[in-house]
Design a protein around this ligand. Structure first.
Ligand SMILES: NC(=O)c1ccc[n+]([C@@H]2O[C@H](COP(=O)([O-])OP(=O)(O)OC[C@H]3O[C@@H](n4cnc5c(N)ncnc54)[C@H](OP(=O)(O)O)[C@@H]3O)[C@@H](O)[C@H]2O)c1
Length: 267
């Protein structure tokens, strides 16, 4: 069997290290390179505590891409992500994006480059199956209910707002329609910020407080009734591994940018 050669940027991090372990256990994949600035020059096994894992860690994408991966996984931080993705595409790799915080403008640029080089990019704000289902249910609800808002919750230290999950959900719902507002934003009395940010036609509110782990509410309101779709994560990165492995297996069949794991799932 021809193994898929995979490079993980951010393989020493919380999400990336769980994925790296998953890749090592997958018979159809080989982890050929890892990226982390602070552990460059070491082997990944020693850093993430997995004996026998000799994958080299590089400090830059440029160096890691010399290993010629088939698939490059971006799991670092938004300030580095776009550069990594564009570099990987130019080196002939398909790209799976797990990093949150990229803007729609970033994704437009990535889409153009991916098409130019005939490679696929699969960007998934949340790889967990329960989130993929929430997105699907929300899309169904938005066809029937014209008023909705999103609340995204996370621990106090999460810098990027809103979460990748909230951004992706707003993007999906925008393809159905814009959420209606009873009182237009310009007619609000009081601080406008309290009504949240308008993101692709949806009001999005981000709560960042100690004691919270990542969760999201998509609230659909109709006169005298409402529907609340809620997703809550646990504390481990385990729920994201299987979805990311599926994305790695399927991204090579795509050209251009695709958002959401459901682009490669059957419903
Ligand atoms: N899509 C999903 O389902 C999902 C799930 C979980 C997390 N996420 C997102 O994934 C991203 C990573 O989250 P995390 O919690 O794993 O973060 P983390 O624990 O802080 O890990 C970040 C990793 O990226 C590396 N890194 C950071 N900046 C870099 C740079 N400029 N160049 C090269 N490597 C760099 C870090 O190593 P060095 O500092 O040594 O460079 C580390 O390996 C976040 O955007 C998060 O929101 C998405």
């Amino acid at each position: 069997m021809n193994q898929l050669r995979v490079c993980v940027a951010g393989a020493t991090g919380w999400a990336g290290s769980a994925l790296a372990r998953g890749i090592v256990e997958a018979a159809d994949m080989e982890l050929v390179a890892a990226i982390s600035r602070s552990h460059a020059g070491k082997t990944l096994g020693g850093v993430i505590g997995r004996e026998g894992l000799t994958t080299p860690i590089y400090g830059t994408a440029e160096d890691a891409l010399k290993t010629e991966p088939d698939v490059f996984v971006e799991y670092t931080k938004p300030d580095a992500a776009k550069f990594h993705i564009l570099s990987a595409l130019k080196h002939g790799a398909h790209v799976v994006v797990g990093t949150s915080g990229l803007t729609n403008e970033d994704y437009e640029e990535i889409h153009v480059t991916a098409q130019e080089v005939n490679r696929g990019v699969l960007a998934v704000g949340n790889f967990a199956l329960t989130v993929v289902l929430l997105q699907k249910f929300a899309e169904m609800a938005a066809k029937y209910i014209s008023h909705w808002e999103i609340i995204d919750y996370a621990h106090a230290g999460k810098k990027d707002v809103p979460s990748g999950t909230a951004r992706e959900l707003a993007n999906r719902l925008s393809k159905i329609r814009e959420a209606e507002l009873e009182v237009p934003l310009e007619k609000i009395e009081g601080p406008r910020e309290t009504r949240g940010a308008r993101l692709q036609g949806t009001q999005v509110h981000s709560v960042r407080l100690p004691g919270y782990i990542i969760s999201i509410d998509a609230i659909f309101g109709m006169p005298d009734q409402k529907l609340i779709l809620r997703h809550e994560s646990g504390t481990s990165a385990e729920p994201y591994v299987n979805g990311a492995l599926l994305a790695i297996r399927e991204v090579g069949k795509l050209v251009g940018l695709h958002r959401g794991l459901d682009s490669v799932m059957k419903f």
